[in-house]
Write a protein of this length. Structure first.
Length: 212
């Protein structure tokens, strides 16, 4: 088995220590950092994402796989920067104002990072103004809003309106999700994308950036 395949396998099993050792070994063997990232780490995370969509693995599996991925990417970051390898795109993510739930948001962030996106995580209880301010500061192409309470869903519309008021509505894709959120709600507030799960959200984000 090739070392990249081994990295992917260990990542899927969530074995961070092995992933870190093998990534270092691959670097020492002179394998290009971008190749290690794409064919080792991102490959493994992509497989986990697909399995998660099909209910073949669950939240704990995703969390430990993401931890293993982070252990590997820490070693690669300086090398990728040296080589001038850029992220696929940038997304700003947060749970909307008044809502303190973060498990769904964290899963989406991990899945997006697993697709090669740079994700700026604003945390929970994020105001519409904060979403817009950070999207502008980081030149993000996507704003991702999460809500788990029906009472906080209207905040998502405030984000859309704030983007319009700030003059960036045409340049950012606004994505919404969370247990009570639906496709029809997404359409009613004039957001761009709704997905039912974290893995689909990551796929949709990459697609939106590539077609922008």
């Amino acid at each position: 088995m090739s070392i990249l395949k081994e990295i992917s396998e260990f990542l899927q099993q969530g074995r961070a220590k092995n992933v870190k050792e093998l990534v270092q070994q691959a670097i020492d063997e002179g394998i290009d950092a971008k190749t290690i990232l794409q064919e080792g780490l991102l490959d493994g995370m992509s497989i986990i994402g697909e399995k998660f969509k099909k209910n073949e693995v669950y939240v704990p599996n995703v969390l430990i796989a993401a931890r293993a991925m982070n252990a590997g990417t820490e070693l690669l970051k300086p090398l990728l920067q040296e080589a001038g390898v850029k992220a696929v795109g940038k997304a700003v993510i947060g749970t909307v104002k008044g809502d303190l739930h973060d498990i769904g948001k964290n899963l989406v962030r991990m899945m997006m990072e697993g697709k090669g996106l740079e994700v700026i995580d604003l945390g929970v209880d994020v105001s519409a103004e904060k979403f817009i301010e950070e999207a502008k500061n980081h030149d993000a192409q996507i704003i991702v809003c999460s809500a788990l309470l029906t009472t906080t869903m209207p905040e998502m519309e405030n984000v859309v309106k704030a983007a319009e008021a700030a003059g960036i509505r045409d340049t950012v894709t606004i994505m919404v999700g969370g247990a009570p959120v639906t496709e029809s709600f997404c359409n009613s507030i004039k957001a761009d994308i709704y997905t039912p799960d974290a893995a689909s959200a990551a796929d949709a984000a990459v697609k939106a950036i590539k077609t922008a």
